[in-house]
Design a protein around this ligand. Structure first.
Ligand code: PEP
Length: 255
């Protein structure tokens, strides 16, 4: 059985003091979980260096919520993968639905970002997921299938093995509306079969597929208990050490 991976996307939240204090609490209290569950936090860029320092030597991974696709140069306001590595990040979220929707990131940009992240040794969490109207029109598999095929274009199986995929139905993000465990499991199974048809079976089995969308301490057991769900990408509930660690505990119980 794969280790579950519980990741907290802090988004554009917290002050430096709050980010440091949350990282310190996670550092103190996550010690018993790390053997069976992987844990990661994804603070805003400006907090990364401090959070990396606090969590250095712990088993909690630190990553960024985004990066740019070029290595360096005149790209005002952007941050490269090498810069993220330089401050201690091991992971990066690529293609979050807020990046796709608000910042107009396309599958092709996301593909370039995945390649840029992998080329400098970052492990991406690659996000996919359909909007409400796409689900209502029964287009979930078509939309997620396109995000996968265009996002993964040109990636070798060695590169694909470095990825975590997060299935995040857009209608469930920050809305309090969660996919049922069965709905989530069904799309996870579709994602795994798509990976299997593109790469070898080993890659499909080794890639972890997280569910994201209003995961909290109450629904974590049911979601994480599904056979195709290998972890969670958590937004709102990751801003409180108690609720985030309760989700980690659910993953530990199910391991
Ligand atoms: C997310 O931002 O990836 C997310 C899943 O947010 P929330 O848990 O708040 O729905």
């Amino acid at each position: 059985m794969k280790k579950q991976f519980i990741a907290g996307n802090w988004k554009m939240n917290l002050t430096m003091g709050e980010a440091r204090s949350l990282a310190e609490k996670l550092c103190d209290e996550s010690d018993n979980s790390d053997a069976v569950v992987d844990i990661g936090v994804f603070p805003a860029f400006v907090f990364l260096r401090d959070v990396c320092e606090i969590l250095r030597g712990s088993k909690v991974y630190v990553g960024a919520q985004n990066m740019y696709l070029e290595k360096s140069g005149a790209f005002t306001g952007e941050v490269s993968g090498a810069m993220l590595r330089d401050v201690g990040c091991t992971h990066v979220i690529i293609g979050h639905s807020e990046r796709r929707t608000i910042f107009r990131e396309t599958n092709s940009m996301i593909n370039s970002k995945l390649k840029a992240a992998l080329s400098c040794g970052l492990k991406p969490i690659f996000c996919v997921g359909e909007k409400q109207e796409e689900r209502d029109a029964e287009r979930t598999n078509e939309v997620v299938g396109n995000q996968l095929s265009e996002g993964l274009a040109g990636l070798t199986s060695e590169q694909a093995n470095e990825l975590t995929i997060a299935y995040e139905p857009v209608w469930a993000i920050g809305t309090g509306k969660t996919a049922t465990p069965e709905q989530a499991n069904e799309v996870h199974s579709f994602i795994r079969n798509t990976i299997k048809s593109k790469y070898e079976n080993d890659t499909a089995q080794c890639i972890r597929i997280q569910y994201g969308g209003s995961v909290n301490a109450e629904n974590a057991d049911n979601l994480l208990g599904q056979p195709e769900i290998d972890g969670a990408l958590v937004g709102g509930a990751s801003l409180e050490p108690g609720s985030f660690l309760d989700i980690v505990s659910a993953a530990v119980r199910l391991s």
